[in-house]
Design a binder for this molecule. Sequence first.
Ligand SMILES: [Fe+2]
Length: 232
Amino acid sequence: MIDIHTHILPGVDDGAKTNDESLKMLEDLHKDGVTDVFLTPHIGRLRGFGASRDIYVQKLHYLREAAASRSLDINLHLGAEIDYSPDFVAEIDTYVTMNDTKTLLVDFTVHAEDIEDALYEAKLRGYTLIIAHPERTTQLSLETLMTLKRQGALIQTTASSHLGIGERRVRRRALKLLSLGLIDFIASDLHRPLSGLPLMRACRARIMKKTTPSTTNALFEDNARRLLLEKP
Ligand SMILES: [Fe+2]
């Protein structure tokens, strides 16, 4: 599986705090059946998240070496989870993208005004937006999500939402998105070690019962593979 949304990069947001915690999370995901991980720290001035790209790259290189020295066979890719804000379009060329493609993972939970205009502008500049876990974003109605999808946005839901960990309405919304065929990726959005619990594997088994094998493969691997093959 390919996990496109994690907070494993240490000391840069509300995810992993130390290198050891990061490595534990990578070990957990590897055991859970994940071969490729996108490290997607929160970037958002309103919440006080964000560091320079050099810092992210430095930490990425450290984790790659540390994982290799522990014979941990997992591929790491840099990305980011951008908080949507009124400055989104003006700042779009400065953001860390997914694996240096023109795809951005965007969180609309902090701010969700004028999204259709922003998506249009982003598209004009060659960007594709992945909407992070809209099942948790009450500001985004189902109708808005369907419009955004028609306009070319992609949708990522979180594994724990499908497993019913947390609020019931979030699970219902995730199920609805699945049944309407609106989801492109299912990711962990991991902030802490899994402590031996299966997450992606358990979610994949759950999704397999609700849809076809080819759709399941698309959600957990094939669609994300395109981000690894796409050239900027
Ligand atoms: Fe996240």
